[in-house]
Write a protein that binds this ligand. Structure first.
Ligand code: FES
Length: 88
């Protein structure tokens, strides 16, 4: 698992390695805005406040990815055992 804290909601959830952040949010009845679910459209863009992101999308440029300050929550993840904090 890895962990995602939703800073605005004050909630942290554990996410199994086979599950996306977006799916985990739905399972916890958190509102999530997605479209493609394949990391290509940019709809699910989330600002990242802290944590190391493993980018899996094709929407962000390599430069944007290297800044580690935003992510596509339909496909991208964090390393097992670590926490990322989202501005959601
Ligand atoms: Fe399209 Fe995540 S829903 S990039």
């Amino acid at each position: 698992d890895f962990y995602v804290t939703f800073a605005r909601k004050g909630v942290t959830i554990a996410i199994p390695k086979e599950m996306s952040i977006a799916d985990a949010m739905r399972e916890h009845h958190l509102t999530v805005n997605t479209s493609c679910e394949y990391g290509v459209c940019g709809t699910c863009y989330a600002t990242v406040l802290s944590g190391e992101i493993l980018h899996e999308d094709t929407y962000l440029t390599e430069e944007e990815k290297s800044k580690q300050d935003c992510m596509m929550i339909c496909v991208s993840r964090a390393k097992p055992g670590t926490t990322i904090v989202l501005d959601l």
